[in-house]
Write a protein that binds this ligand. Structure first.
Ligand SMILES: Nc1ncnc2c1ncn2[C@@H]1O[C@H](COP(=O)(O)OP(=O)(O)OP(=O)(O)O)[C@@H](O)[C@H]1O
Length: 597
């Protein structure tokens, strides 16, 4: 069992790196920049390494007294070496600049593509995806994961490669000086590498948990902001604070744990390396005393290279932690980017629907709650231009019917037909283009009234927008605002009244001019003046369209050609108001409660 678990973990890790590596595929158009940044990276690493070489030459050059190996200068050489060193520094500075320039070009361009792709994927995701993922968590996760990936692409990876170039070249130089010394040195390296691997795993695990906890706490914050009015109305500020506090403390303790692990990691490496270096230098010095052993110059070069190598080993260790964190983040981003999408297209072929809608023995179960049958054998039909009202107790499945009409979900059994053709035989975008929805909770975007109405048809002219506003009985209040159509509605439309928001939503639907209208009537009653304006606008909107209305108003019910009475996902009654009201069934009961009949 334990063996199998271990095997699975290794497999997962391999997959994680491979998946994360796919992020590079998005950077394909910018491979030129990446290549150039690599070239400058190699050049700058080489010039950096020339520094210990020249320094070693300066401190240990021929002509120094053999009796005093630590005599630091030889004036014969110093001028040449200084000039060389300045040339090396100059070249290093230029190479360093171009490395950063090209690697940031690559990173930022790739990231911009991934950012747009993530937005697109979130927009294109099936609604079912949002049943299983919290919105606040998703948005914070995308933001933090993109940050980690940014760090990886722009600096961490280049730094990691640079350290390895230093390590490999350093080892090569030391090998040419003395294979024996190299052997002594390499006996330290495996210990360090084993520690890196062990600690890296622990750090990756803790940092993933920290990021998850952080995302969760951000989602609590997001939910509180979205529902701030509810929070205040219920006096639940302290309750929300407590919820956030608990989560925030979890983030804190996990993050501290992570830093402790990282601190221990760094300390371990420092201890191991300094111990190792001292030992290696001691061995090297002993070799200078042996006849035919190291020259002083070789010994000095060796010391400087060892120092550089030690720094690189230390660097590689902490970079490894960062890379693993970024791999975790990138893996999650890749999951999102490979999420199943709806087939949405901008260049769909418009269809000319007459507007006949038919449900044939439709059954439905939500994927997120497979054991509950939400719709069971639902059949009805609506002729073009007719109004069908759906009524039923809460949870009966009314909203689910509208979600299926919009093809947010696939039916589990039975069929939905538009003009006699199966819903899934239509191009999704073309089908949705024929429909509009006026929801119960009107969602307005922070922007102007004009932008909010134009959401129904982004290509509409100002005249068309004004005409739609007039039809929706919205023009009067809009014209009374000093800024007219350009009045800003505030975050989610907070600066408009309920009735005004509804009329803006109606104007939006009018502008879309759909064949099929889905209307979820607001349950909250407006004052009678506002109610009359809204009802009148809705009547105009429903004219000459097939309308499917989740009804809460008696006037809609009376105007409906058919009323579908739902209970626990089943159709229990179907007919006109006058027929159903005399049956003494569920409809009669609901009517008495809801419509004061
Ligand atoms: N996204 C979802 N995932 C899982 N179950 C859901 C989802 N949406 C609704 N349900 C469940 O499906 C059933 C029908 O819900 P639906 O929203 O269609 O009812 P409704 O008649 O519109 O209710 P109401 O009048 O209260 O809005 C309920 O039991 C509900 O809990």
């Amino acid at each position: 069992m334990a063996k199998r678990e271990r095997k699975e973990r290794v497999k997962l890790k391999k997959g994680a790196y491979k998946r994360a590596f796919r992020a590079f595929a998005f950077g394909k158009p910018f491979m030129g920049s990446l290549m150039l940044s690599m070239v400058f990276l190699v050049l700058s690493s080489l010039t950096t390494l020339a520094f210990p070489y020249l320094l070693g030459g300066l401190f240990g050059s021929e002509g120094t007294s053999e009796k005093n190996p630590f005599e630091l200068t030889n004036l014969d050489n110093i001028n040449v070496i200084m000039v060389l060193m300045f040339m090396v520094f100059g070249a290093n500075a230029v190479f360093g600049f171009f490395r950063i320039y090209f690697s940031s070009r690559f990173a930022e361009s790739t990231l911009s593509i991934i950012r747009k792709k993530a937005f697109q994927r979130l927009a294109f995701s099936e609604i079912g995806f949002y049943d299983q993922n919290q919105v606040g968590e998703l948005s914070s996760r995308v933001a933090t994961d993109l940050n980690s990936l940014n760090a990886l692409l722009s600096t961490t990876l280049a730094e990691f490669i640079r350290q390895w170039i230093t390590i490999i070249l350093g080892i090569a130089v030391i090998a040419t000086i003395s294979p024996k010394l190299l052997g002594v040195m390499l006996s330290v390296v495996p210990v360090v590498i084993i520690l890196i691997v062990i600690f890296g795993r622990i750090i990756k695990k803790i940092s993933k948990r920290t990021q998850d906890a952080l995302a969760e706490s951000n989602s609590i914050l997001g939910e509180m902001l979205t529902g701030i009015k509810n929070v205040k109305a219920f006096g639940n500020e302290f309750f929300e604070m407590a919820k956030f506090g608990v989560q925030s403390d979890r983030v804190r303790s996990l993050a501290i744990k992570g830093f402790i692990a990282r601190g221990l990691f760094a300390s371990f490496i420092i201890l191991g390396l300094f111990g190792g270096i001292s030992f290696v230098i001691y061995m090297g010095y002993k070799m200078t005393l042996e006849p035919g052993g190291l020259t002083m110059e070789e010994f000095q070069i060796f010391i400087f290279f060892t120092a550089f190598l030690a720094a690189s080993f230390g660097g590689v260790g902490s970079l490894m932690g960062e890379i693993q964190r970024a791999v975790g983040a990138t893996e999650r981003l890749m999951d999102l980017l490979e999420n199943p999408n709806e087939e949405i297209s901008q260049n769909f072929k418009p269809i000319d629907l007459k507007g006949e809608v038919r449900f044939e023995n439709v059954g439905f179960v939500y994927d997120s709650r497979k054991d509950v049958t939400v719709l069971d054998d639902v059949s009805f039909s609506v002729s073009p231009g007719e109004i069908m009202a759906i009524v039923g107790p809460s949870g009966a499945g009314k909203s689910t019917i509208t979600a299926l009409l919009l093809r947010f979900y696939q039916v589990s059994s039975g069929k939905i037909l538009f003009d006699g053709k199966d819903i899934s035989d239509y191009e999704l975008s073309a089908l949705r283009n024929e429909m509009a929805i006026v929801p119960q909770e009107v969602m307005l975007f922070a922007g102007s009234i004009k932008e909010n109405i134009a959401y129904g048809n982004v290509e509409a002219t100002e005249e068309e927008i004004v005409a739609a506003a007039k039809q929706a009985n919205a023009w009067e209040f809009i014209a009374n605002f000093p800024d007219g159509l350009d009045t800003l509605v505030g975050d989610r439309g907070v600066q408009l009244s309920g009735g005004q928001k509804q009329r803006v939503a109606i104007a939006r639907a009018i502008l879309k001019d759909p064949k099929i209208l889905i209307l979820d009537e607001a349950t909250s009653s407006l004052d009678s003046e506002s109610e009359k304006l809204v009802q009148d606008a809705l009547d105009k909107l429903m004219r000459n369209r097939t309308s499917i209305v989740i009804a809460h108003r008696l006037s809609t019910i009376k105007n409906a050609n058919n009323i579908l009475v739902l209970e626990k996902g089943k159709v229990v009654e179907l007919g006109k108001h006058d027929e159903l009201i005399h049956k003494d069934g569920l409809y009669t009961k609901l009517s008495k409660l809801q419509f004061n009949v």
